[in-house]
Design a protein around this ligand. Structure first.
Ligand code: SAH
Length: 261
């Protein structure tokens, strides 16, 4: 099925985000851009339409209903790579200010260009290491309503990279796969030490059959991918920042990974 229709009939119900004609156009342009960028820089191993739409677009979009239910104005995507989850989130929530941060300068510049092509405004692009940019006295520290991150590090390490950016009362939303419960156990003390509190784990298990009940044109391959995606055991771990982070965090990256909190 063409990308536009796939996004309208499948990605919107799978993620719980309604997609207007304008948003569908933006996703179509984003797909073209993913292919173009990927031909010169390795940002994803997925290039098939169905894979990109499910594993990058829908997966990223699942954060949007969680963010709008809580409410706020600003989001920072830590380790945004080729633009996920931040770019789909900005498409879904155009009123939010979205900051894209990655340690690789050329990825950040490419995401900035993509945002321009999609007509996304009120976005910020920062090249640098999270643990350096969130240090005590940095203007980016404790400044965002939401920090989000996908596929950057295990949760115990990720907490130290992300929680320092979140203002007291805000949230760190970690996107995790089937190993979320185990990562959570391992990260309990890091969450606490950095001023966080695990509020909930939102399991993503969309009702595949119900979604398909109103779709007639899906191919065998699309059906299979959708089933796999719905049953993949993805979750969003919502950590609320209940107190400010102590000035000694975040530590240098070597210390964070060698001795996670
Ligand atoms: N979030 C994207 C990319 C994941 S790859 C996605 O889900 O598709 C991990 C990215 O994190 C890489 O682009 C890498 O440059 C970045 N990264 C890793 N450690 C980082 C750090 N300490 N600070 C900033 N970016 C980091």
């Amino acid at each position: 099925m063409p990308l536009n229709q796939f996004c309208k009939d499948i990605i919107a119900p799978v993620s719980g985000v309604p997609l207007s004609a304008e948003k569908l156009e933006q996703f179509s342009a984003l797909y073209d851009r993913v292919l173009e960028v990927n031909s010169v820089m390795n940002i994803t191993s997925l290039t098939d339409m169905c894979d990109v739409a499910l594993k990058h677009f829908a997966d990223s979009l699942t954060l949007a209903p969680v963010i709008s239910d809580i409410g706020g104005k600003s989001i920072i995507d830590i380790g945004c790579g080729g633009g996920f989850p931040g770019l789909p989130l900005k498409i879904a929530l155009p009123d939010y200010s979205v900051t894209m941060l990655d340690s690789t300068e050329k990825k950040v510049r490419s995401v900035e260009q993509t945002a321009g092509l999609l007509g996304l405004s009120e976005m910020h692009f920062v090249a640098g290491r999270a643990e350096e940019l969130a240090k005590k006295d940095s203007p980016m520290r404790e400044r965002y309503d939401f920090a989000v991150s996908r596929a950057v590090a295990r949760l115990n390490v990720l907490c130290e990279l992300c929680l320092p950016f979140v203002r007291k009362g805000g949230y760190f939303l970690a996107m995790k796969g089937a190993g979320a419960d185990e990562e959570l156990k391992e990260a309990r003390s890091a969450v606490f030490a950095l001023g966080g509190k695990v509020e909930r784990v939102i399991k993503q298990s969309p009702d595949c059959d119900e979604i398909l009940s109103s779709v007639s044109a899906a191919s065998e391959q699309e059906l299979e991918r959708l089933h796999d995606f719905c049953g993949a055991g993805r979750s969003i771990i919502a950590v609320r920042k209940v107190s400010t982070t102590g000035g000694k965090y975040p530590r240098a990256f070597a210390a964070i990974t060698k001795k996670p909190l």
